[in-house]
Design a protein. Structure first.
Length: 328
């Protein structure tokens, strides 16, 4: 054990907090993958650290402290999943709108996670394992299969370590992973395997700039020009979804037409390694641009093929203000 570990497990609460705090953000991402909710992940991490402190006398020092924390965090997430079993499991045809607890993850917080000391150039959070489509597919898996798949295919753990994580046999852990992989292969788009960029590409940023420009000029034709024919718009908190450009046209009319709620100012950002835009609305008679919504875009071959829309309650996590000055 290191000096910090010795102090922590000797009962020094401050030392324990410092030791566990080194892993807080990556634990949060782990819990987020398990639960698909930023807020639920925060609760899970708090409970993980509390359980770790209370059970510190059970840590034998033979396993890595990080792995011990992950095991506790996984059990916390399994417990939370059992508690929320009233939430429906998404079917293969479900949209993000059916996953009412789905929340975005700010890229600025993902960037806080340091790579392993022996892999300084490693990509700590791959785009494939944090993107919204992947998270939605994960939620269709039974919780223990989800945990097994994350351990093996996301964290890169061995079969033996995965079995220890789930307190089961290696054979049972391998079986869970195989079933999970088969389900994920059915649910994930084929072209997803071609993603290599860890964050939004130059093309995606250019499309985002055009998306922002169209909104700020209230130009429906410009917005439609960058939309794919199979455009899907989903609003998870409200269980709303629209599939196909034709079905989405009333949304463009509502946002840009003469009867729109007001004028727009948008701020570029990114979530789940995807381009995103924070929208501010200035209603007639008002002088302030007020926080309204967050759109996360999925761009394919220069076209917006999916927009997942979240409420302005997510703005603080992105470091976004609740209003913009009149001269913005």
């Amino acid at each position: 054990m290191t000096t910090l570990e010795e102090a922590a497990f000797a009962g020094d609460e401050s030392a324990f907090a410092d030791l566990a705090g080194q892993h807080r953000r990556e634990l949060h991402v782990h819990c987020y993958r398990m639960l698909a909710s930023f807020d639920d992940a925060e609760d899970a991490v708090q409970e993980t650290l509390l359980r770790a402190w209370r059970s510190r006398d059970q840590y034998d020092g033979r396993t890595f402290f990080r792995a011990w924390l992950y095991r506790i965090a996984t059990n916390v997430c399994l417990d939370l999943t059992r508690q929320r079993n009233r939430r429906p499991v998404p079917a293969a045809t479900d949209s993000p709108g059916e996953l009412v607890w789905l929340q975005p993850y700010p890229d600025r917080l993902l960037d806080e996670i340091a790579p392993p000391a022996d892999q300084p150039d490693a990509v700590v959070v791959d785009r494939e394992t944090i993107e919204l489509t992947f998270l939605i597919a994960l939620q269709a898996l039974p919780a223990r299969q989800r945990a097994a798949l994350i351990a093996r295919d996301v964290l890169g753990w061995s079969a033996a370590d995965t079995a220890t994580l789930l307190d089961t046999s290696v054979a049972a852990a391998n079986s869970a992973v195989q079933r999970a992989r088969a389900t994920m292969q059915q649910r994930l788009p084929v072209h997803r395997a071609d993603w290599s960029a860890p964050r939004p590409t130059a093309e995606e940023r250019e499309v985002l700039a055009r998306f922002i420009d169209a909104h700020e000029r209230c130009d429906a034709e410009a917005a439609i020009a960058i939309a794919g024919e199979e455009l899907r718009v989903s609003m998870p908190p409200d269980r709303l979804s629209f599939t196909g450009l034709r079905a989405c046209l009333p949304l463009f009319e509502r946002a840009f037409g003469p009867d729109r709620d007001g004028d727009w100012r948008l701020v570029p950002t990114s979530a789940n390694r995807l381009p995103a835009a924070a929208s501010y609305l200035k209603r007639p008679g008002d002088s302030i641009w007020r926080a309204f919504k967050l759109d996360v875009l999925w761009v394919d071959h220069g076209k917006v093929v999916e927009i997942t829309t979240f409420g302005a309650s997510r703005f603080p996590g992105f470091g976004l203000p609740d209003q913009l000055s009149p001269d913005r």
